[in-house]
Design a protein around this ligand. Sequence first.
Ligand code: IMP
Length: 441
Amino acid sequence: MPNIVVVGTQWGDEGKGKVVDILTPHVNVVVRYQGGNNAGHTVVVGREKYVLHSIPSGILHAGCRCVIGCGVVVDPGSLIEEMEALVQRGVSFDGNLFISKNAHLIMPYHPALDRASEAKLGSRRIGTTGKGVGPAYVDKAARVGIRMADLLDVQLFREKLERNVAQKNRLLREIYDAQTFTVDEILNPYLRYAGWLAPYITDTASLLTRWIESGYSVLFEGAQGTMLDMDHGTYPFITSSSTTSGGAATGTGVPPTRLQGILGVAKAYTTRVGSGPFPTEMSGQMAEDIRARGNEYGATTGRPRRCGWFDAVVLRYAVRINGLDTVALTKLDVLDQCETVKICTGYRYKNELLTDFPEEEAVLDGAEPVYEDVSGWMSPTSRAKNEADLPAKARRYLERLEELIGVPFCMISTGAQRDETILCEDSPLMRWFPSVRSSLL
Ligand code: IMP
């Protein structure tokens, strides 16, 4: 049974939630391996819309085991709220959620530091979600972080908390002129969270290995996107985790040799929330139209997303960095009313034509997109069941994109519903999950 990684190929918000939801009936386990509640994975089931932040999207399928891996940072209060809201809507947590004992905790001083640091950066701010994800990973790397397992040892938890509160209060007071914390105001709620979460905290790395050895199939659900990766993204305008496929191994303890395939998710255009370079960004009426048609507002913060044309340079980079086997293209329908659709095929920098994504900040800042215009199809795509049902001009757009990125599409999404999905013939996805078509019925 294959173990497949699903990653975002752009700056997040590509529609990974829908893709994971379609694949979940064909796997036994869905694992989150990085990020935290900065993510917002939207899944629409009939008339119901779910936005998942820390819990893997697989939770919406009874029988699927969901794991929060060691690479994730967990805000326990927000996780419990998310669980309670799902329980209200009929989802059960009965032997189907497993949280790594090594996952680091987001503590109340992390969002405070996140916000204070952004305020101090002024015009150079990253535009974070303010959830404290960056500062929690700072503590992890600085070896002062507090982990899930520590929650279960009151004495140890108190000692680590006392040391951290003393240090963070100095930072908050002396560097940021911000409000400080007392140990007790954190200790009491966190001990309550510990009681709540204790049954779910376990050694997920060895569980996953055992499950894989016994023939289970695991889906690794990436959050954010390739261009927000800490090492490979548009640094410093990134999130603080390994969003690319390599993170699936380090963020779970499952060795890379156990991964059989990597599926990238890309939007038929591009969006970005927060600051940082975005070569194909649109402005004016076109940006507003795409934002409105695509409902491009952050699922976690509600912020309007910046919108732009499809960037094949970014996609080729994502293919290389993640080792993508195939790509699921989402939101094709959002372009249905465009008279002309633009594809960025390269960047012009000074007198040079760049076809590889430049990682140097100065080059990226000065890079001008080079576009190829494609005639728009000006007709609806969302009822198409097969590629052949799509308007000829939409098919031409897809063929050109495939040619430019160099890997085949496996899925074309034309709406939020499960049945607004076209499965492409002969794609790697069909080999991994031969019965995938049954999820669309
Ligand atoms: P942080 O992850 O909150 O530290 O934010 C760092 C950058 O990543 C900001 O530009 C955020 O807008 C962006 N970001 C974080 N999570 C997501 C996401 O789930 N989708 C899109 N952008 C995200």
